[in-house]
Design a protein around this ligand. Structure first.
Ligand code: ATP
Length: 295
């Protein structure tokens, strides 16, 4: 008789997009405070978690080359911290299928850490509420709490203040990375200028894609100027995206170098992505949709 299939938990680690990002202050400990509208895309890494006596991580997928599978990986760091927090002696065999570019401003590492925390809570049957999981996540990285939340949110402070954003439409996007890793730390270090509160008008719920694009055009990503100075290819990406037929807005996400173009529908985004790939075969180009929350 065949052995019963071993239980497997599957989790999705979605790309995080900062539709805008204001740097609003700097704390005495050096951390910057932000105010950012964050959404999550269909495009994602995938984690499979199976019961095992010890912890292990195997990585594959198109963007996996060069990514360490040892204790430097946020997936294993998340797993270890959960083991410690809950005094768990069991392990897990984790397989990470990597699709998101690394050190790219779309929070791949944070999304993987969040997916590992969610997946292991299920696999190990832990009675750990969302708040404790978020607290644990925040120790792994500023973007982990919002990745645990996984829905449109206004993120403030150093990532710990989250407010749901309701009424956003689905957003057809083309994501483009010029193929250069950009460390978040260096972008913040290159930031100059005064900080101040986010000067954006309140977002009216249910305003539709085109009105959202107009509203977004009034805001900005404060990390874009320093990132462009460090990596001039970002300017080329933004120019190429903005020049594509149907592009409503082109902007950098997070600390870069990935930029997104917002399009009127999925078909336009897919056509634009094909054209861009032809023109720039060395760039990473991915059409996707960021999920709104129309309820
Ligand atoms: P953010 O948008 O949150 O600033 P990012 O997209 O710029 O993040 P990540 O892809 O999260 O950057 O990677 C940041 C660093 O984390 C990289 O230097 C990478 O080596 C390390 N890292 C550790 N684990 C992972 C992982 N599972 N996936 C991606 N990067 C990881």
């Amino acid at each position: 008789m065949p052995a019963a299939a071993e239980p497997v938990v599957v989790e999705t680690a979605r790309a995080k997009l900062n539709l805008d990002l204001f740097v609003t202050g700097r704390r005495p400990d050096g951390w910057h405070e932000l105010d950012s509208l964050v959404v999550f895309a269909e495009l994602a890494d995938r984690l499979e978690l199976r019961p095992a006596p010890t912890l292990s991580l195997a990585i594959e997928g198109p963007t996996s080359p060069g990514l360490p599978a040892d204790e430097r990986n946020l997936v294993l760091r998340a797993a270890r911290s959960l083991q410690q927090e809950c005094a768990i002696e069991r392990g897990a065999a984790i397989r990470l299928e990597k699709h998101l570019p690394v050190a790219a401003g779309i929070g791949g590492g944070s999304a993987d850490a969040a997916a590992a925390l969610r997946g292991l809570r299920r696999l190990w049957n832990l009675a750990l509420d969302d708040e404790r999981l978020r607290e644990l996540g925040s120790r792994l990285g500023a973007d982990v709490p919002v990745c645990l939340y996984g829905k449109p949110a206004r993120m403030r402070g150093i990532g710990e203040r989250l407010d749901p954003v309701r009424g956003l439409p689905d957003l057809p996007l083309v994501l483009v990375n010029p193929g250069r890793e950009l460390a978040t730390k260096s972008v913040f270090a290159a930031l100059d200028g005064a900080f101040g509160p986010a000067d954006r008008a309140p977002l009216r719920a249910g305003s539709g894609l085109h009105r959202l694009a107009v509203w977004l055009a009034e805001s900005r990503n404060d990390l874009e100027p320093p990132a462009r100075r460090l990596e001039p290819a970002i300017g080329l990406v933004l120019e190429a995206l903005a020049g594509l037929s149907g592009c409503l807005l082109a902007r950098m996400s997070g600390s870069g170098a990935t930029c997104f173009g917002l399009f009127g529908d999925r078909g336009e985004a897919e056509t634009a992505a094909l054209l861009l790939r032809k023109r720039h075969p060395d760039w990473w180009v991915a059409p996707t949709v960021a999920f709104g929350d129309p309820r």
